[in-house]
Design a protein around this ligand. Structure first.
Ligand code: MEV
Length: 301
């Protein structure tokens, strides 16, 4: 038996644009998914606490790719539990995928390294969702804050402190569907949508520089990024209500995080975390004060 865990993630800048080759800035958050795996004779049996059934295809595909990579296979009995709300844009699917890969590697003596786990995890998301950048799987594998260049598969660690408050709308959303929605908007109006995507890329590069200099100005960049995500069609009334409530309660900036269409927003609120969390809850959201963690996927025992 092996117990592994992987953190959730929050995208600070660049979601959706990263699917088209622009950079993203993302951080692993200190809320983890736990996956217990046992070897059996054959087949894969999955049990999960809460409604994480939508993640089962990620487990199955992750096990298949890990078996193929290691060159051996076995039956599996898997149990998943998570500190992350399901389908909330905080990276449950990615954390489940990379946890499965590490668990299989441990059970079969595969000795997979983190770089390999991140690469296989990305393939899982590509095959299950149809389109995906390496952002979520790299962040949950490696931990910390990462500047991601998807075309070069570069995952550069970024130093810096980020007092963030995450607001969950309590509306679920499916990443694959939202990625498709953006693609359709871009196909209808490429000359309008491409510059928006490029602008998000510019904001993300600027944000990385800003973070390196202490973070002053990050909030405003988040507000601009939020507006552009709205323009891509991934906003929702409840997401905007939480974003505006956070800003009014003193956040320096706030935006959608992840795929959008429901799920979560994130606010940058140095010194104002409590007031911002209260404002999010008064608007009917759930507030999570989730610090960044440097700990990526790991074996618990
Ligand atoms: C989802 O967490 C982030 C998206 O950019 C999709 C992806 O990067 O694969 C919307």
């Amino acid at each position: 038996m092996v117990l592994v865990s992987a953190p959730g993630k929050v995208i600070l800048f660049g979601e959706h644009a990263v699917v088209y080759g622009e950079p993203a800035l993302a951080g692993a958050i200190d809320r983890r998914t736990y996956l217990k795996a046992e070897k059996t004779k054959k087949g894969i049996k999955i049990r999960s606490e809460g409604s994480k059934e939508k993640d089962f295809p990620y487990v199955e595909k992750a096990a298949e790719l890990a078996f193929e990579h290691i060159g051996r296979e076995c039956g599996l009995e898997i149990e998943i539990s998570s500190e992350l709300p399901p389908a909330s844009g905080l990276g449950t699917s990615a954390s489940v995928a990379v946890s499965t890969i590490l668990a299989v590697s441990e059970l079969l003596g595969g000795g997979l390294e983190k770089k390999e786990i991140a690469r296989l995890g990305h393939r899982v998301e590509l095959e299950v969702q149809g389109a995906a950048s390496p952002t979520d799987t790299a962040t949950t594998t490696l931990g910390g804050i990462l500047f991601i260049l998807p075309k070069k598969q570069v995952f550069e660690p970024v130093e810096g402190e980020l007092p963030l408050v995450i607001g969950y709308t309590k509306e679920t959303s499916l990443t694959g569907e939202l990625v498709r929605r953006v693609r359709e908007r871009r196909d209808r109006n490429p000359e309008v949508v491409d510059p928006i995507i490029e602008d998000i890329g510019r904001i993300t590069r600027e944000a990385k520089e800003t973070l390196g200099k202490g973070g002053a100005g990050i909030g405003e960049l988040m507000d601009i990024n939020h507006g552009l995500l709205e323009a891509l069609g991934v906003g929702s009334e409840r997401l905007s209500a939480l974003v505006y409530a956070a800003r009014e309660a003193g956040a320096e900036g706030a935006k959608i995080t992840g795929a959008g269409g429901g799920g979560c927003m994130v606010a940058y609120a140095p010194g104002k975390e409590d007031a911002v969390a209260r404002a999010i809850e008064e608007k009917g959201g759930a507030a999570l004060k989730a610090p960044i963690t440097r700990e990526g996927v790991r074996v618990e025992r």
